[in-house]
Design a protein around this ligand. Sequence first.
Ligand SMILES: Nc1ncnc2c1ncn2[C@@H]1O[C@H](COP(=O)(O)OP(=O)(O)OP(=O)(O)O)[C@@H](O)[C@H]1O
Ligand code: SF4
Ligand SMILES: [Mg+2]
Length: 324
Amino acid sequence: MGEVILRTNDLTVDFKVKKNIFGRPDRLSAVQSVNLEIREGEIYGLVGESGCGKTTLANAILGFVPITSGSFECFGHTIDASTKPSEWREVRKHMQTVFQDPYSSLNTRFTVWQIISEPLYIAGERDERVLRERAAALVEKVGLDYTDLDRYVFEFSGGQRQRIAIARALISDAKLIVCDEPTSALDVSVHSQICNLLLDLREEFGLTYLFISHNLSLIKHITDHMAVMYLGEVMECGKTEDIFRNPACPYTEALMSAILEVNPRSDRERIILTGEARSPINPPDLCRFVGRCPRATELCRTRPLPPPVQIGDDHMARCHLKGK
Ligand SMILES: Nc1ncnc2c1ncn2[C@@H]1O[C@H](COP(=O)(O)OP(=O)(O)OP(=O)(O)O)[C@@H](O)[C@H]1O
Ligand code: SF4
Ligand SMILES: [Mg+2]
């Protein structure tokens, strides 16, 4: 595995939501003090239930939502809430995205070559011949045909549209690709085709992926490292293999138990969580999982989460059960 190309340092994103009865805006804590490291050439998985902040974390790294506090280091730059737009643009040159829904993320008024080459157009390239040639060099790499270049996106299936989106992500030579649920809007039959394509392209173009997914089997299968989020916080992170084999935090354990069906030899039982998820609005300074955690203790109900504890060589967790 290569060098660290993205490191977040207590990265935090709050949204100001409607005013409370005192006339002050409530704080929705979407991402709280996240620390993770992504290495060159790896696939880094981000998992957690809906609303836990996966997309917001990715959006903060991509500059789509403002950082509230903390920072991240990427491609030689340190980005925080005060970073100037010109420096942001330098960092963004190295990143691209593949979104969940290829039906809404691609402009239906454009032809395939126009969609694929749009990042170059935005970067200032205006020569249509160059734009078309660069798009043409990529269509076959993503499993489409040269003759598809002049077709419109509405003529394609979901899987084919995602291939167009992937070609678009590659055209500007970005090295870090953020894939936010890239297969979940697609027919199950094309999931593995798109995943295999992403794996092949990683080899060929030396890419690194931040890969967000609800699909734990997929995360287990394709990622090298992963982070487990719950209500804005990273509960556990490290080598995917270690986390699946030896989950350290009760939330990860519960999450992993949901895929026992695919591992009938496991002696662990499925853990059904009860209790209501906390609101992310003005959360108290306690473990955010406390109301639903089957192993919560008095410490969890009264004291803030301890700092991350090293579980193994490359495996960290934040949990009172693992605290010193
Ligand atoms: N622009 C916004 N303004 C206010 N709140 C927001 C905004 N974007 C996201 N949120 C809130 O931030 C929290 C995290 O949302 P986010 O979309 O990042 O979750 P997610 O893990 O990606 O969920 P999913 O798996 O459903 O995509 C949620 O409580 C969401 O309602
Ligand atoms: S800190 Fe406590 S409540 Fe939170 S996951 Fe660990 S045991 Fe459960
Ligand atoms: Mg999301």
